[in-house]
Write a protein that binds this ligand. Structure first.
Ligand code: NAD
Length: 475
């Protein structure tokens, strides 16, 4: 299969490069070129804003039945096209096909969920003295500017579109320029399912130009961003000028606490699968492993042995468990994190180097005895590197887990029901998984606390985040 033509979608029209600047899209498994992506200019963005404003007038009045029909139709088309969409995602982002297929199914499920949930936008009636009432009603917040990163090229755009469309809001989506075709496929499925022009628009460009232009406009009423904390803070500043509603998903540095009563074999198996998924480029990736002293050596040995079994290579080859990293910045970052950790006394259990002559591959890596002052214990590594340290007591583990400004996901393994309850309460995170590694589901909120962000995506909470509340007092 050939990689598709890359286009923008503005004001109901698919637009090729024409007079526009372009940017090369690269296959991370080979470093070879996949295509040329058209980039918007100020005129395109102005057209998109005007179209979003017009689309809001139409879409805010659409019935839940119409929204539901479009979302269900798009979910159906995504399922029919899943094989093609997954291959595109693997070609441009690198993840193994089976992960890309699961991600595609997740978007179809999310659209199905919102196709139902949009029927459940309720208000309240406040009963006043005879002949008077007060009404509390929910309305769509308005046009959304959404920015999605490259690590889930299908899933992130799906998340940015599903809830706003269900709520009655148009979206101008700027996915990552490094993985554009997957996002194009998701928008195409919505348009093919009957979404009116201007409700979902797709722009690519120079990120700072696009975000400054869109966020300066009073037409945009909400910012939705997934990406790094640094960029998130910058965008929050831009959004503050016109006091926009915000949903910010800014990454994490997830602690994993393995108590000495855990089912160790099960924990190793689940955690290795989760750690090396998408080559560790996952905001909820388990990263700082704190393992209780009594089982520490056994855990380190078993986890490193499991990491060694992971077959790394081009994600298009079915037997590969882990693909390349998504861009050349990531293996460079891994080199710097690992050498810093080793210089602070960490022990390299396995991996620690690039792999192969072409593409952006990095070996599954396990570091043990990593001191808290090593850079990788403070900054999100966003790569296939697990760092393991011992702890003595419950209180030590909680203190270590909560010491960073991140608060997205956290994991714990214990066979004690009492400990499971206590650790669930003690961890400062938006999502906690106990004896489990899944933290995302269409019907559950996904989001962080502290500098990991605010506001949730998915679940009823994701819909609520696209609504404003109005009180109407009738005398
Ligand atoms: P980056 O911080 O430059 O970019 C992160 C994302 O933000 C990209 O999708 C990028 O296109 C977008 N972006 C950057 N500047 C922007 C701007 N001014 N306006 C709008 N969007 C902008 O870095 P990167 O090299 O792509 O990724 C590095 C780090 O970002 C990772 O180490 C990780 O910490 C974080 N990240 C987090 C997630 C997540 O799911 N939370 C996803 C991807 C990257």
């Amino acid at each position: 299969m050939d990689y598709p033509a890359l286009e923008l979608h503005i004001d109901g029209e698919w637009l090729g490069a024409g007079r526009r600047r372009t940017q090369r899209v690269v296959n991370p498994a080979t470093g070879g070129s996949l295509g040329e992506l058209p980039l918007v200019d100020a005129q395109d963005l102005e057209r998109a804003l005007q179209a979003a404003e017009r689309a809001f007038t139409r879409w805010r009045r659409s019935s839940p039945e119409e929204r539901s029909r479009v979302l269900k139709g798009a979910a159906q088309l995504i399922r029919e096209r899943a094989g093609r969409i997954a291959r595109i995602a693997t070609m441009e982002e690198g993840k193994p096909l089976r992960e890309a297929r699961a991600e595609t199914a997740m978007v179809a499920n999310l659209f199905d969920f919102y196709a139902e949930e949009c029927r459940r936008v309720y208000g309240r009636v406040l009963v006043r003295p005879t002949g008077t009432r007060s009404l509390v009603v929910k309305e769509p917040v308005g046009p959304v500017a959404a920015f999605a990163p490259w690590n889930f090229p299908v899933g992130n755009p799906g998340r940015k579109l599903g809830a706003p469309i269900a709520a009655g809001c148009p979206v101008i989506l700027k996915p990552a320029e490094e993985s554009p075709a997957s996002a194009i496929e998701i928008v195409r499925s919505l348009i093919d399912a009957g979404l009116p022009g201007g409700v979902a628009q797709l722009v690519f460009g120079v990120p700072d130009e696009v975000s400054r232009h869109l966020l300066a406009s009073p037409i945009i009423r909400k910012l939705s961003f997934t990406g790094s904390i640094a960029v998130g803070k910058h965008l929050l500043g831009l959004a503050a000028a016109t006091v926009k509603r915000t949903t910010m998903e800014l990454g994490g540095h997830a602690p994993v606490i393995v108590f000495d009563d855990a089912d160790l074999d099960r924990a190793v198996e689940m955690l290795a699968a989760a750690k090396f998924r998408n080559a560790g480029q996952v905001c909820v990736s388990p990263t700082r492993f704190y393992v209780q002293q009594g089982v520490y050596e056994r855990f380190v040995t078993a986890f490193a042995a499991r990491a060694l079994q992971i077959e790394v290579g081009d994600g298009l080859v079915e037997r590969h468990h882990m693909g390349p990293m998504a861009n050349p910045r990531r293996p460079q970052a891994m080199e710097s994190f690992v050498s810093d950790a080793l210089s602070h006394g960490a022990k390299l259990q396995t991996g620690g180097a690039r792999q192969g002559k072409e593409g952006f591959f990095w070996q599954p890596t396990v570091l043990s005895d990593v001191p808290p002052h090593a850079r990788i214990m403070r900054e999100e590594p966003f790569g296939p590197v697990a760092v393991i340290s011992p702890f003595a007591t419950f209180e030590d583990a909680v203190e270590q887990a909560n010491r960073l400004p991140y608060g997205l996901a956290a994991y714990a393994f214990t066979e004690s029901a009492k400990r499971a309850l206590l650790i669930g309460d003690a961890l400062e995170a938006g999502m906690v998984a106990i004896n489990a590694v899944m933290v995302a589901a269409p019907d559950a909120p996904f989001g962080g606390v502290k500098e990991s962000g605010h506001g949730a995506e998915d679940g009823p909470e994701g819909l609520e985040a696209c609504l404003v509340t109005k009180a109407i007092h009738q005398g």
